[in-house]
Design a protein around this ligand. Structure first.
Ligand SMILES: [Mg+2]
Length: 212
């Protein structure tokens, strides 16, 4: 069996992490609004987020030493482990011990911040493979032609619907954490809805038992 996990809002509280960055940058006189606006500008310009460009823009617009921003930014990134959800580590340890299970993490390759967050959160060791996608999470097609024993866990209902459209045999768990950013996005093609990773785990166990 292959278990494919998403990172932001599945294992990692990206909302709280971003808020920590906003709070830190407010010490330099950068407002939350300015932080968000420039964040989206960069993302729109490039199609993905690049923190070097973001920090450069903020430094220039506020006449701040760029290196000071980089150091502060790095400090928050280094504390990424604090932003894992309380059930993430237990879940990862448990699925790692499922016999014959391969655990994958899906991430966007061009986004260096994403890479740094994953690295600093200390969870890399729980994965057999990190899959860097460039355009779409559909890249999981590259894993294997046999998709009947794939379970995906994702907070984005939309992404699940896209994947199920292409690969109906994939089992999809829509992780709907309370207060999470995409809580109300909707998901038509989920096989199971969970509000915690413990609930997701019970679905995985049922799935394994039914296969035997
Ligand atoms: Mg996500």
């Amino acid at each position: 069996m292959k278990i494919i996990l998403d990172f932001d809002y599945t294992l990692f509280n990206a909302q709280d992490f971003k808020q920590a960055l906003r709070d830190r940058f407010s010490l330099f006189g950068i407002s939350s609004e300015q932080f968000d606006d420039s964040y989206f500008t960069i993302k729109q310009q490039l199609g993905y987020y690049n923190y070097n460009k973001h920090l450069k823009m903020l430094a220039q617009n506020n006449k701040i030493n760029e290196n000071d921003l980089i150091l502060s930014f790095q400090e928050i990134v280094d504390s990424a482990r604090e932003f894992l959800y309380p059930d993430s580590l237990f879940f990862l340890k448990t699925i790692k011990n499922i016999p014959d299970a391969f655990i994958y993490l899906l991430t966007f390759g061009q986004d260096k911040l994403q890479q740094s967050k994953i690295e600093a959160s200390g969870i890399k060791k729980y994965f057999d493979k990190i899959i860097d996608t460039t355009n779409s999470k559909m890249d999981l097609l590259k894993i294997d032609r046999n998709v009947s024993d794939i379970v995906i866990i994702n907070d984005r209902g939309k992404e699940i619907d896209e994947i199920k459209q292409q690969l109906p045999p994939v089992k999809a768990i829509w992780l709907r954490r309370p207060y999470s950013l995409y809580f109300n996005e909707g998901c038509r093609q989920k096989d199971f809805e969970a509000s915690t990773l413990s609930e997701a785990l019970s679905f995985i166990k049922t799935f394994i038992n039914n296969k035997d």
